[in-house]
Ligand binder design. Structure first.
Ligand code: MN
Length: 423
């Protein structure tokens, strides 16, 4: 068992029962304050714990982890130490924060390494190299297929045989809290009409999760489904903002482009696969059986509850979607095996997103496109307005957490973005 996951341990730092960040989570992120340069941290209750300060006091020296990796503006160098080292650091942090262990005497240092999360600025945790977006929710692909092609041809012939994906744009991935400017572009207002140019009218969110690559692979080699999770450092919440009108006009025949590349928002905390281990579950049964290189042994999904709120400028918002990561048809292991089956190499810091995570019921659909069924079923808001797609001033909040019988809740915090009007 991974020591930091022990459900019996408690921290001397107060952790409210509904916190995403008990001692059993210990995700990794990067923060700064007006007085402190960017550095690596973890979260505990309402606090961030500054790992650079703990490193400078020698808490990680005997683990063979160099102190300087904690004084970096990104997690990449830390992740590059490998899972044995990062797991040892996470276990050591659990020792330091554990209320039973007095060997470490870190509580005397609390004033030096703990900061209220509300008082620090969280930064992009990872320098993202390449970004890939999959399309792995059967419910989402089916809903979109019904809307655009009709019930008969809802799923394309390849969909049940491979995890469909495309190469996205890494430069416009931003950390939670960064405002998102409504994109402009070409759209066709009616079939056969000439295109017009202007601000997108059909701006949407996509409820997704993404995983961070924690180990590189060599060009020309492939990673099997059995090895795949060794290459995954951890997971984040991910909002793949989408301009449906731009997307619809441009996507033929090469797929998504400017309707997607204007912004994607990720949550600041990378939750390790180790922390998610207690919440491992089977994904949906796959039929037909995929080709051998996509077959897996054992459960490869995770029970992660997901929610999306829309908060209008008026401040009166509501939860519009409740879904779960476990609904995804294709697992991360299968996505990664497929991504590398042609010999494409992985690099530390690459990000792979799941695709919109829709569930089986209308309240679990992970985009406005589906929730409002292409604008035909507007969603009433508490302030009397209604939403078909997102309006300027709307804030979209995504949350995710796992919880089980032991009462331990391991959460991701939030991925938040507010829509600003086009310039
Ligand atoms: Mn997407």
């Amino acid at each position: 068992m991974i020591q930091a996951n022990d459900p019996k341990i408690r921290s001397w730092v107060e952790v409210p029962s509904d916190s995403d960040f008990p001692i059993q989570n210990l995700p990794f992120g990067v923060f700064r304050t007006p007085g402190l340069s960017p550095r690596i941290c973890t979260a505990i209750g309402h606090y961030v714990a500054d790992l650079q300060v703990l490193a400078e006091h020698g808490f990680f020296d005997d683990l063979g982890v160099p102190r300087h990796v904690f004084a970096r503006p990104y997690l990449n160098d830390f992740i590059a130490l490998g899972k044995d080292a990062t797991r040892a650091v996470r276990n050591r942090i659990a020792d330091i924060l554990d209320d039973r262990l007095e060997d470490w005497d870190a509580s005397e240092l609390a004033g030096y390494f703990l900061h209220l999360r509300d008082e620090v600025q969280m930064l992009m945790p990872v320098k993202v190299g390449d970004y890939t977006d999959f399309y792995s929710s059967r419910e989402h692909a089916t809903n979109v297929g019904i809307m655009f092609r009709g019930k008969e041809n809802a799923l394309m012939p390849n969909w049940l045989h491979l995890p469909v994906g495309y190469h996205g744009r890494a430069s416009s991935i931003v950390v939670s809290g960064t405002p998102v400017r409504r994109p402009k572009g070409q759209m066709q207002m009616e079939d056969g009409a000439p295109p017009v140019f202007g601000p997108s009218r059909l701006l949407d969110f996509e409820l997704e999760m993404a995983f961070v690559i924690g180990r590189g692979s060599q060009l020309g080699t492939s990673v099997s489904t059995a090895e795949a999770e060794d290459y995954i450092f951890g997971m984040v919440l991910f909002n793949d903002w989408s301009a449906r009108d731009i997307q619809r006009w441009e996507y033929v025949p090469l797929g998504p482009f400017l309707g997607k590349s204007f912004a994607s928002t990720m949550s600041p905390w990378v939750v390790t696969l180790d922390a998610l281990e207690p919440f491992r579950v089977e994904g949906p049964v796959q039929s037909p059986q995929p080709l051998p290189y996509l077959q897996c042994e054992g459960p490869k999904s995770f029970d992660i509850r997901l929610e999306v709120d829309i908060i209008p400028q008026s401040g009166k918002g509501k939860t519009v979607c409740q879904s779960n990561f476990r609904y995804l048809y294709w697992s991360m292991a299968q996505q990664l095996a497929h991504h590398t089956v042609n010999g494409c190499n992985l690099q530390i810091g690459d990000l792979m997103a799941s695709g919109t995570i829709s569930g089986p019921t209308p309240d679990s659909f992970g985009s406005m496109l589906e929730l409002s069924w292409r604008g035909t079923k507007p969603i009433p808001m508490p302030d009397g307005s209604e939403r078909k797609f997102l309006l300027d001033g709307d804030t979209v909040v995504m949350r995710g957490w796992s919880e089980n019988d032991s009462g331990i809740r391991v959460g991701f915090g939030e991925a938040v973005g507010k829509i600003l009007p086009s310039l």
